[in-house]
Design a protein around this ligand. Structure first.
Ligand code: AHG
Ligand code: MN
Ligand code: MN
Ligand code: MN
Length: 323
């Protein structure tokens, strides 16, 4: 049985990065406790707050965000953090080595119905001479990530993380330790499962409408096999299913707000999940290009997403060829 820190040391992870991951896990354990208390702690339901995304914040969005900010900004390795729930980056130690972006609670629309949610994080190096409170410090493509992962608060709490040497899974024990339970995760290349919010079908590009229509034709259609649809409305749960047994997950561009390429956010959803998916042998795209190649321009910029099993994403890409 290998503890998280033992496994990180075994993989030659630097002491500074281990110290930062320890802070992230301390925060996620505190969040997990709040989630488990639920109604008993009066933490369910919405707050009066509206975040920079225009979303009404759940009480637990704010609680989770506050826990992560307090713990991370107290860590000397952290130069600054950017969060879904913060309009602007928050500076930490001016001599800190790392920047952290996070989605404190992903899938929070599921909180009040007790369905899995998670915390997503991405770690970058802070550029020399740039404040960790400055947007410009974070304008780095997903290829620059030092580490990324999520903690899924499901029937069990699982940390899924990569430091660029593959993807590993660690389950939170009753005693409060993250213990290695899956090493070198590989996504099956083929799949018969797809996930997309079908209620947006009328807003998609024709390319996506045509692909999903063929998925729905099953054995009789051009794809020649039966597909099942899976949709949890928590990106962490969709990605965890794909890392565990394959699949394709899409949140594509839709015409309701043409200026926005999609609903999901690049810096703390698209990039960290893409790092995990690629490290596990899958593909993660905008439905046209690799997400991690995007040069960010804004902290909260959005990105269309089509990720998962390599062969299925390649099939989806064949429908998305702009002539
Ligand atoms: P968040 O709860 O952090 O705002 O993210 C929710 C995201 C993502 O988790 C999920 O895949 C997607 O929103 C679901 O969107 P719809 O409810 O519009 O389908
Ligand atoms: Mn949100
Ligand atoms: Mn999210
Ligand atoms: Mn969120």
């Amino acid at each position: 049985m290998l503890l998280l820190n033992q496994h990180l040391k075994h993989n030659d992870t630097s002491d500074e990065l281990i110290e930062l991951i320890d802070s992230l896990m301390l925060s996620c354990k505190e969040i997990a406790i709040k989630l488990r208390e639920g109604a008993l702690a009066g933490v369910l339901g919405t707050s009066e707050g509206v975040n920079v995304q225009g979303e009404t914040q759940k009480k637990l969005d704010i609680i989770s965000n506050d826990i992560l900010k307090a713990v991370l900004l107290d860590n000397p390795t952290v130069a600054g953090v950017a969060s879904e729930e913060e309009d602007h980056p928050v500076p930490g130690n001016p001599d800190g080595k790392y920047l952290v972006t996070f989605d404190p609670l992903d899938g929070s629309s599921n909180i009040d119905v007790n369905v899995s949610v998670g915390t997503i994080f991405s770690i970058l190096e802070c550029p020399e001479g740039v404040s960790g409170g400055d947007d410009s410090a974070f304008m780095q493509s997903g290829r620059k990530q030092v580490a990324a992962g999520y903690v899924l608060y499901g029937p069990c709490a699982v940390l899924v993380m990569t430091t660029g040497q593959g993807v590993n899974m660690y389950t939170l024990s009753h005693g409060g330790d993250f213990i290695l339970t899956e090493e070198a995760v590989k996504i099956p290349e083929q799949t018969q499962e797809f996930g997309i919010n079908m209620s947006n079908q009328r807003f998609w590009e024709p390319e996506m409408q045509s692909y999903v229509n063929d998925l729905l034709q099953g054995e009789e259609g051009p794809l020649g096999k039966r597909y099942n649809m899976r949709w949890v409305a928590s990106m962490v749960a969709e990605v965890h299913r794909i890392l565990t047994r394959g699949g394709i997950f899409m949140y594509p561009w839709d015409k309701r707000d043409p200026a926005k390429p999609g609903k999901l956010r690049l810096m703390y959803e698209g990039n960290p999940m893409s790092f995990l998916i690629e490290q596990a042998g899958g593909l993660s795209t905008t439905c046209y290009d690799d997400i991690m190649d995007i040069q960010p321009e804004k902290i909260h910029q959005r990105v269309a997403v089509g990720l998962g099993s390599k062969a299925e994403v390649e099939t989806m890409l064949k429908y998305h060829v702009k002539d």
